[in-house]
Design a protein around this ligand. Structure first.
Ligand SMILES: [Zn+2]
Ligand SMILES: [Zn+2]
Length: 253
């Protein structure tokens, strides 16, 4: 199966407004994806819409977000259900600055329906980090039954290696996560990362490549392949076996 685990909808302030859940799903189906994940910045409020679009199109979908923690690092939190993703959203929102978005500066943040109507504009600034740390966030994601993936670790900005110099590991027993014990279940390379340089640096981890699409043309331009079920449990066993294959990278952005 082929999957793209990092896609932004119009709810992300930096994403194009053409990124309606319906458009994301039709692009992913046309690109031959078996599974996708919706990962807006700090919020899963468009997951109910994409769940319905995915159901109608017969493509599998995981529901989550790209969390920006207090280290200014981006990590993906992925869940099997909309309810889990919305519970994660509540937990992140509770640690966000209570500042009202300025669309002129940061961009619009529409919450939409499956058939492209605007429900409301999210008022919080989703372009800002929350006060949760990586260990706290990993623990919350795993308590809720999700997957935690270090996003675009090859990038200098907002990546765990860029910010901390390495992928953090639990230092004390209380930080150990269920299963493997580590904070991250897998590590993501960006669409342009040079595999020959990066794969040796992260060989302790399962590796994914996803589009991080912010506009429709970029959905599933790169992807990950593996044999198994497209679900949290299925991906957990694929990651434990480090059994992923990456699509070719793009040599221009
Ligand atoms: Zn990011
Ligand atoms: Zn992203």
């Amino acid at each position: 199966m082929k999957f793209d685990l990092h896609i932004h909808s119009c709810l992300s302030p930096c994403a194009n407004l053409d990124m309606a859940p319906s458009e994301i799903v039709s692009r992913a189906v046309a690109a031959g994806m078996d599974g996708i994940a919706l990962t807006d910045h700090q919020s899963a409020r468009n997951t109910p819409a994409i769940a319905e679009c995915a159901r109608r199109a017969g493509i599998k979908c995981l529901f989550g977000m790209e969390v920006q923690t207090s280290e200014e690092v981006h990590s993906l939190a992925l869940f099997d259900t909309v309810e889990q993703a919305l519970a994660m959203t509540e937990w992140v929102y509770a640690a966000m600055p209570k500042r009202v978005n300025d669309p002129e500066t940061f961009g619009d943040q529409p919450v939409v329906t499956w058939d492209d109507d605007i429900v409301e504009m999210e008022w919080r600034i989703l372009a800002m980090g929350c006060r949760r740390t990586i260990p706290e966030t990993a623990t919350k994601v795993h308590e809720l039954g999700g997957l935690f993936i270090a996003a675009h670790v090859d990038r200098a900005n907002h990546s765990v290696i860029g910010a901390l110099g390495a992928i953090p590991e639990p230092m004390v027993d209380s930080e150990r996560q269920p299963g493997g014990g580590r904070f991250y279940d897998a590590v993501e390379l960006s669409r342009t990362a040079d595999d020959a340089i990066w794969l040796p640096k992260i060989s302790d981890y399962a590796v994914t490549r996803s589009s991080d699409a912010h506009n429709a043309e970029d959905v599933a331009r790169v992807w990950t392949e593996a044999e198994g079920d497209f679900s949290v449990a299925g991906l957990k066993s694929i990651f434990a076996a480090k059994a992923t294959r990456l699509s070719p990278r793009l040599t221009s952005f």
